[in-house]
Design a protein around this ligand. Structure first.
Ligand code: THU
Length: 137
């Protein structure tokens, strides 16, 4: 799947973000190795802590459907749903990616539009991360 299509999938769901507190909309589109795409949006909560980020929303949907292999994720967002800058993933979301994704090959694509994006490997954004293999001594 080309990057434009994946970016479009994320931008399309951005208005669905449930953000009554921060008004900061985030959307993600997660590309599985079999070509399936799962989108996610951030879902906030009056108690604040239960808030779920867009990236984790997407992973939760995909893993529930039996997906275990992932190639890339697009992330976009901005205040009041306006994409004004790149939206990097929070540390918790990077760690969730580390659970399922190969740090060297999994791509994190931060998009401002279909044409304007920055691409990183998970290893670049989470160097020397703690992963499942650390527990399998
Ligand atoms: N947020 C995400 O959805 N993903 C991130 O990686 C960064 C932060 C959300 C959480 C909260 O709803 C809003 O952005 C402001 O922090």
């Amino acid at each position: 799947m080309d990057r434009r299509t994946l970016i479009r999938a994320a931008i399309e769901v951005l208005p669905r973000a449930y953000v009554p507190y921060s008004h900061f909309h985030v959307a993600a589109a997660l590309l599985c190795s079999d070509g399936m795409v799962y989108t996610g949006i951030n879902i906030e909560n009056a108690a604040y802590t239960p808030t779920v980020c867009a990236e984790r929303s997407a992973f939760i949907r995909a893993v529930n459907e039996g997906q275990r292999n992932f190639d890339a994720i697009v992330i976009c967002g901005g205040q009041d749903g306006v994409i004004a800058d790149y939206c990097p993933p929070c540390g918790v979301c990077r760690q969730v990616m580390r659970e399922f994704c190969d740090p060297d090959s999994f791509r994190i694509i931060l998009a401002r539009s279909e044409e304007e994006y920055k691409e990183f490997t998970l290893k670049e954004l989470l160097p020397m991360g703690f992963g499942p293999e650390n527990l399998h001594v």
